[in-house]
Design a protein around this ligand. Structure first.
Ligand code: P61
Length: 460
């Protein structure tokens, strides 16, 4: 008889942080005070926090002890050299420019490589990445495969680039494409991977047009896990080898060390070309800090250096993605509409299918995130029309095909029991879905509006 053999997290818990349960009345008040925006809730009012996997990981005992030897010298910190060595060893890039977090790297990179009137193709937009490209004068063009915009499609590599679309763009804009902006995994598509084969084709195509490939390597270990699982040429290879080979197909990367690398803050830009590195280091001193800390404390750089290594252990990444999949499969079994396949860092609920009675103008995903919070204090995040923002030219709402709520799983933080509570709470909202009302905006900031916008229910 083939008996199922379960596996468990490759760690045990040494420190715990109490969380607070709230009453329905407390949650109603907190949500109204937060303008129906989960970003504006206070964390004390949240029971299970699945807003983001960014900076919310539990660090290991090795990371905490490395922090004690952080070298806080203003210049020439030993901690920087340890970080630089880790990036070179595990990702393979030559020049490492530390930044306070991922968007710091995006800012510097965009300013160095983009000229006004440029066009930047990429496998779906990410909020901060696209904004920095636009602020530097470029137009972002989405060249991801169409399946990525279809929540129900089961394509195994929904992060892949549509090569014909990319080629047409390269031909149409000679000399105007500074780089292809390639994310692994693709956050806004639901944490979906790009295959090695597709990335290699992107590399070859862009090389013919003399265009760089810059990776968003924020969740590259999770990407590698999917390749190990789904791409025959990568089957059985260690995650660390897949990651290194992925990076080798690019000219550089931006990294938010708050995700894969298991740190609470930090990031870097890494490139192979000395000239780009020099220009970046020079801008760094204006916007981030000296080139041997770039906005991080020495101890932060230590935590990142150790975290990079830990993030590439096969047993770590299997448990990490496995936990996300556990939650997703449970919800899918109950008929809750989700982005398929389940992604690497979170479960993405299809708010259009969940709330067909709310039109996109009334922000179904925002309304659903609010309703999920009300049920049991689980905090999630809108990833739909509010996140997409307005077209800078027309000023009109960009209405993306994907209107999603992201239940994002922090690394090494929650247990299977937490996942069960989350799934049961979303199910209870699903069973009462016709009671969820749409929202209207009452306040909207100019940039990245989803962080600080306020809403009220339509019947208010
Ligand atoms: C997140 F609602 N992600 O997923 P920084 N690239 C990629 C990211 O996922 C990313 C950054 C660059 C966050 C935090 C966040 O619209 C939002 O270290 C693929 O956060 O600066 C960040 O890295 C930027 C949440 C960012 C958002 C932007 O939760």
């Amino acid at each position: 008889m083939d008996r199922k053999r379960s596996w468990a997290e490759p760690f045990r818990i040494k420190v715990v942080e109490p969380v607070r349960m709230t009453s329905a009345e407390e949650r109603r008040r907190a949500l109204a005070e937060a303008g129906y925006n989960t970003f504006l809730l206070r964390s004390r009012d949240v029971y299970i926090d699945l807003l983001t996997d960014s900076g919310t990981s539990a660090m290991s005992d090795r990371q905490w002890s490395a922090m004690m030897i952080g070298d806080e010298a203003y210049a020439g910190s030993e901690s920087f050299y340890r970080l630089e060595a880790a990036v070179r060893r595990f990702y393979g890039y030559e020049h490492v420019i530390p930044t306070h977090q991922g968007r710091g790297a995006e800012h510097i990179l965009s300013k160095v490589l983009i000229h006004a009137g440029d066009v930047v193709p990429g496998n779906m937009y990410f909020t901060t990445t696209r904004l920095h490209q636009e602020l530097a004068g470029a137009q972002f063009v989405d060249v991801i495969i169409p399946e990525a915009h279809d929540a129900a499609s089961n394509h195994p590599f929904k992060g892949n680039v549509d090569l014909e679309k990319l080629e047409r763009l390269l031909i149409a804009h000679p000399g105007k494409v500074p780089y292809a902006s390639i994310a692994a995994t693709v956050n806004m598509a639901g944490g979906q991977p790009i295959s090695m084969e597709n990335l290699r084709a992107v590399r070859e195509l862009t090389r013919r047009h003399n265009v760089r490939v810059i990776l968003d390597a924020t969740r590259i270990a999770e990407n590698a896990y999917f390749l190990q699982e789904r791409e025959p040429s990568q089957a059985g290879r260690p995650i660390a080898d897949i990651v290194k080979d992925t990076c080798a197909l690019s000219d550089g990367c931006t990294m938010s060390a708050k995700k894969d690398p298991l740190a609470n803050i930090g990031g870097f830009l890494a490139v192979n070309d000395a000239e780009t590195a020099e220009a970046a280091r020079n801008l760094l001193v204006i916007f981030e800090g000296l080139h041997t800390y770039g906005g991080m404390a020495g101890r932060d750089m230590e935590a990142v250096a150790v975290g990079i290594e830990e993030s590439l252990h096969d047993d770590h990444i299997r448990a990490r993605v496995g936990q996300v999949r556990y939650l997703g499969e449970k919800m899918a079994e109950w008929g809750i509409p989700l982005v398929q396949p389940i992604g690497g860092h979170g479960v993405f609920v299809d708010a259009r299918a969940f709330l067909p009675h709310i039109t996109q103008e009334h922000y179904p995903a925002q309304a659903l995130a609010a309703a999920i919070y009300l049920d049991a204090g689980v905090r999630s995040m809108e990833r739909g029309a509010v996140s997409a923002g307005r077209d800078p030219e027309t000023g009109r709402d960009r209405l993306p095909k994907l209107e999603l709520v992201r239940l994002t799983i922090p690394r090494r933080v929650y247990t299977q029991a937490h996942m069960d509570v989350v799934a049961e709470s979303v199910l209870s909202v699903y069973e009462n879905r016709d009671q969820v009302k749409g929202l209207r905006i009452t306040y909207e900031p100019k940039y990245l509006r989803f962080f600080q916008a306020r809403f009220e229910p339509l019947d208010a």
